[in-house]
Design a protein around this ligand. Structure first.
Ligand SMILES: [Mg+2]
Length: 337
């Protein structure tokens, strides 16, 4: 098996603003595994929030390259990968490429390999970043085909943003605060305001270290509270189950498809609601995650829709609904220029 990788830069349609950061572009690493005339593709979407970057990804891939040899089975390679420390976005890229390669050899779509269906309707939310009233109105126009919106909050104008949206649409909203409400009393005030606003869930309202306060906040609301920054990997589930109603699983946080599949099974057992989410990423990362979409309660796989130079095509989004295609592997192709 031969491994190679390439750094790419993805440009956002709109400057993407959250409670944590503002960005116009992101760097990603595309991994290619080749074996026996077949190839598999994967993508690393490293986040500085978890101390990862394209440099840490490339360093990891260099180390991993020294460990692989001819004729290693899928599960031996996955096991070896997961025995290495940290570097979850890099592991995710290799894991996705491994599954893509393996299921292409078997001539099976990945969802079918896992015994899943492509029939279930998968509505993804569409994300609207923090912005001015005027820009939010324009973005709402652009998002008209989506049945549910994900709204970034965690700034001075949170109430104003919701008022702007509610003048325009009564669609269900998912709120993502990205740890932006730093004060419990203020958070209680805001959540009480959101209570009657058709809110499906609130993601990571408080900083990850404010777990005690998170439970105080939960006592004040009927809106389910989901962990994102508090729930990276499988190991976090045991702690998270006592402090949250649900979790946001992302391949780049947990180390890929194998780990996400396990996390979904265990989260179910722990009575946690499950969202499958993403970073800003190309159709490789999004199509890989979409393979597991029929297993979860909420889908937030719009990272490829927020960029204007996706080099790949894979899972199709039509009227806000993701359509898995009947192609082997994760069903991704490079767009020829
Ligand atoms: Mg989030």
């Amino acid at each position: 098996m031969n491994i190679s990788w390439e750094e790419i830069e993805l440009y956002l349609r709109h400057t993407f603003v959250t409670a944590r950061e503002s960005k116009k572009n992101v760097k990603r690493v595309i991994v290619k595994l080749e074996d026996d005339g077949f190839y598999g593709l994967g993508e690393a979407a490293p986040s500085p929030r978890y101390s990862e970057s394209v440099e840490t990804v490339k360093n990891f891939l260099n180390e991993f390259n020294k460990l692989i040899s001819e004729n290693m089975s899928l599960y031996t390679t996955l096991q070896m990968l997961n025995n290495l420390n940290g570097n979850y976005s890099a592991k995710s890229a290799v894991d996705i490429a491994l599954y893509d390669l393996h299921t292409k050899k078997l001539n099976l779509p990945l969802w079918q390999y896992f015994g899943l269906t492509s029939d279930k309707i998968i509505n993804t939310s569409f994300t609207i970043g923090i912005d001015t009233t005027e820009n939010i109105e324009r973005k709402l126009d652009e998002a008209h085909e989506f049945k549910v919106l994900k709204i970034k909050l965690g700034c001075e104008d949170d109430i104003k943003i919701i008022q702007t949206i509610r003048r325009y649409t009564d669609k269900p909203l998912r709120i993502d605060v990205n740890e932006g409400w730093k004060n419990l009393n203020k958070a209680i005030e805001l959540i009480k305001y959101l209570e009657d606003n058709n809110i499906e869930l609130i993601e990571q309202p408080l900083p990850s270290e404010m777990l005690y306060e998170n439970n105080r906040l939960r006592e004040q609301t009927t809106i389910p509270i989901f962990a994102d920054e508090n729930c990276k990997t499988f190991e976090d589930l045991i702690l998270v189950k006592d402090y949250f109603d649900g979790i946001n699983i992302k391949l780049s946080k947990c180390g890929g498809i194998f780990n996400a599949y396990l996390m979904i099974q265990v989260a179910r057992y722990l009575n946690l609601k499950i969202m499958l989410g993403c970073m800003i990423e190309s159709s490789i990362g999004i199509s890989a995650a979409a393979q597991l979409a029929s297993m979860v309660d909420y889908i937030d796989l719009d990272g490829n829709l927020l960029i204007n130079n996706d080099p790949y095509t894979g899972v199709i989004c039509k009227e806000g609904e993701l359509k898995l295609i009947n192609e082997p592997g994760i069903g991704v192709m490079k767009i020829e220029k």
